[in-house]
Design a protein around this ligand. Structure first.
Ligand SMILES: *Cc1c(COP(=O)(O)O)cnc(C)c1O
Length: 340
């Protein structure tokens, strides 16, 4: 179980940096999918609302319903069942077929493929899609794309940005012909936002930077973001090991001398990945996680009542050969949250 502590000062610090780069709080849509990257959907939604953020991005309609009152606009990325209408909700549409399934009057954001080749309509389908939107009485409130390599130092970002610029022009001209108001244009995730010198979209969709990370080549950009989450474990039992005694499954940790060992209440079942003999991990206070992590507990050479397991996911990401996104998103929603 354990608990997650959210550092409100650090969160507001990050949102301040992000809003400045996006040129205003109203130009930031905070990405809250996957339980706010493991940080707690409602907790982060309420805090962002308190900071003054007006837009959010989630994956499903059920997530949007939980936070409806806290935002003016909520973009829903992947939903195909439309059981509850709200003028606050905007549905991301990835294909012409998907357009056909959306009930009348709903707000939609059309996604255009500018080179990632994962989601979105082809740019030569723009006219057909916008005609379809009108015919079906949908509200064309947004048009967006996603960069495939904003985090690596190469020219790829710039050619995709140029393609999107071209698409914006085309869409504006189609809207003028049809007497439609312009949709809101957006393209940047966290790493893309910090590559713009002069951000000129209507808003940015910011996930990982909110939580204090940026998985970009550090040579590109280095905003002073601070991790906002720490994971804490509570002591369950303490014992003294004699020299040569072993701890946990497989007995992979052996005491080199008499030592104090405690069991704490966090394991891989809570989303704290399994560490083993080849993955030595030292906590922020300098304790060592001993041997293998079990499903619901782990052993540490400490007898503190509570131990902070991590306050910067980058260190764990390195050990597990992954990215900070995966470390925090793995944390299970059942873990209690505390805001400090
Ligand atoms: C998850 C997601 C984002 C946020 O990306 P970050 O790199 O976490 O900022 C933005 N846009 C879309 C479409 C996404 O799915």
């Amino acid at each position: 179980m354990g608990k997650i502590v959210i550092n409100k000062t650090n969160l507001f610090h990050n949102l301040e940096i992000i809003s400045k780069q996006a040129k205003g709080k109203e130009k930031v849509a905070i990405v809250l999918k996957d339980n706010a990257y493991g940080h707690g959907l409602l907790e982060i939604a309420k805090l962002s609302n308190e900071f003054g953020i007006k837009k959010a991005v989630v994956q499903t309609l059920d997530e949007a319903i939980k936070i409806e009152k806290l935002f003016d606009e909520i973009l829903i990325l992947a939903e195909d069942i439309f059981h509850t209408y709200s003028h606050t909700f905007h549905i991301a549409v990835n294909s012409l077929e998907q357009l056909e399934k959306i009930p009348q009057n709903w707000n939609i954001h059309l996604k255009v493929d500018t080179g990632m080749h994962r989601n979105g309509i082809n740019k030569n389908q723009l006219k057909e899609a916008i005609d379809g939107i009108c015919k079906r009485n949908l509200k064309f409130t947004g048009l967006f794309t996603h960069y495939r390599s904003a985090d690596v130092l190469s020219t790829e970002f710039y050619w995709q940005k140029a393609i999107f610029g071209q698409i914006k022009k085309e869409v504006k001209s189609i809207c003028e012909q049809l007497f439609l108001p312009f949709p809101k244009f957006h393209s940047a995730n966290s790493s893309a936002l910090f590559r713009f010198k002069d951000y000129d979209d209507d808003f940015a969709r910011v996930g990982i930077a909110t939580y204090g990370y940026l998985e970009s080549d550090t040579i590109i950009t280095n905003p002073d973001l601070k991790p906002i989450l720490s994971l804490w474990a509570k002591k369950m039992a303490t014992r003294t090991l004699k020299k040569g005694e072993k701890v946990g499954y497989g007995g992979t940790y052996e005491a080199k001398e008499e030592m104090c060992v405690s069991t704490y209440d966090v394991g891989y079942g809570d989303g704290f990945f399994r560490l083993n003999e080849s993955h030595k991990y030292i906590t922020p206070k300098g304790y060592e996680v001993l041997g293998r992590v079990s499903m619901d507990n782990l052993s540490i050479n400490s007898d503190d009542e509570e131990v902070c397991l991590f306050d910067d996911a980058k260190n764990l990401a390195k050990i597990h050969n992954t990215i900070s996104y995966e470390i925090v998103t793995a944390l299970k929603p059942h873990i209690k949250k505390e805001i400090k």
